[in-house]
Design a protein around this ligand. Sequence first.
Ligand SMILES: [Zn+2]
Length: 81
Amino acid sequence: MNALDRARAAVADSLPARWRVVWLDNSEEPTGIAPVCPDEEHEEADGSVYDCCPDPAIDTEDVDLAAYLVALINADLGGGR
Ligand SMILES: [Zn+2]
């Protein structure tokens, strides 16, 4: 088992499979990442984080890195479940 397989297996049961980019501060572009919120009242286009949203919300401090990590996690975890 390689490093990616080990890391994926470690989070497979605990980490949400679908993520989104979010605003965690007042920057012009969203630099945070968080799981997609399952709350029906929280519209998917709303990139803010509220009390309804699942943890964790992580600030990458870089808009391109945030978009990359979301695409990577969604492709890697979301594809299989
Ligand atoms: Zn929410």
